[in-house]
Design a protein around this ligand. Structure first.
Ligand code: NAP
Length: 248
């Protein structure tokens, strides 16, 4: 796999899975636009990207992806600073744990906005430049709970399930222009998002993992870059589960 001369945009690139995706793109030869709200953490990602490949170009974009215009501006800035856009990864997301009966309408809105609408906005923003250049790959970072549901995560799971319908629909709309859209559905991955879990909850979940360990951000980033690569050129509208075998 070589991404020489290619440019990727990754949302939620300030830590965790998004940082690992950005680093992996760079290691494989791409230049990378990094999007998140925390400027200092984006600088740390930019340093990790440069450590992965000497000469890798980065462009940090401090933005809130729940704002549609911010996604348009991030794509425009990527093209202006790095010259083009070949890959877009909608990775930014946030846990939204609450029992259904405790969720207020504002909680539902918040869960759907960060975990679903932000990806919608990114797809809209990259569609035109990718269609124009007759190539591109988009990856949406969903979750296994989008496939299984989860008690106490109705808002988050509904949003993550929505991403799968979004990926398939956009894959059908853009396929004739050689733009592919896929999703990944990670299981339990060691990041800031999961470190708040109790030891008991962690042990309970890990007991269900055939591969016998939690996932790492790098376990996910390799699948994301594969989906963007030429090796996956005939793959679109698919969801790849990255969970150590929990769902099978
Ligand atoms: P994380 O460490 O909490 O990282 C979340 C990232 O999203 C951060 O870079 C954060 O950056 C960014 N973000 C959140 N809200 C944002 C906003 N409004 N605008 C811009 N950026 C925003 O979580 P993670 O585990 O790496 O999760 C990455 C993705 O994987 C998420 O979509 C998550 O749902 C999904 N996922 C994770 C797991 C897991 O077990 N960890 C499992 C399945 C799916 P700032 O705070 O700097 O803005």
């Amino acid at each position: 796999m070589s991404f020489d001369g290619k440019v990727a945009l990754v949302t939620g690139a300030s830590r965790g899975i998004g940082r690992a995706i950005a680093v992996e793109f760079a290691r494989l030869g791409a230049d990378v636009a990094l999007v998140a709200r925390n400027a200092a953490a984006l600088d740390e990602t930019a340093a990790a990207v440069k450590a992965a490949r000497n000469g890798a170009r980065t462009h940090a974009i401090v933005a809130d992806v729940t704002d549609a215009a911010a996604n348009d501006e991030a794509v425009a800035a990527t093209i202006a600073q790095l010259g083009r856009i070949d890959f877009a990864v909608a990775n930014a997301g946030q846990a939204a744990d609450a029992l259904l009966v405790r969720m207020k309408p504002a909680d539902v809105d918040a869960a759907l906005t960060i975990n679903l609408k932000s990806a919608f906005y990114l797809c809209s923003a990259v569609a035109k430049p990718m269609m124009r250049q007759r190539s591109g790959a988009i990856v949406l970072v969903s979750s296994i709970v989008g496939l299984t549901g989860n008690a106490g995560q109705a808002g988050y799971a509904a949003a993550k399930a929505g991403l799968l319908g979004l990926a398939k629909s956009v894959a059908k709309e853009l396929g004739s222009r050689n733009v592919r859209v896929n999703a990944v559905a990670p299981g339990f991955i060691e990041t800031a998002m999961t470190e708040a879990l109790s030891e008991q909850a962690r042990a309970h979940f890990l007991a269900t993992v055939p591969l016998g360990r939690a996932g790492t951000p790098e376990d996910v980033s390799g699948v994301v870059t594969f989906l963007c690569s030429d090796a996956a050129r005939y793959v679109t509208g698919q969801t790849i589960v990255v969970d150590g075998g929990v769902l099978m």
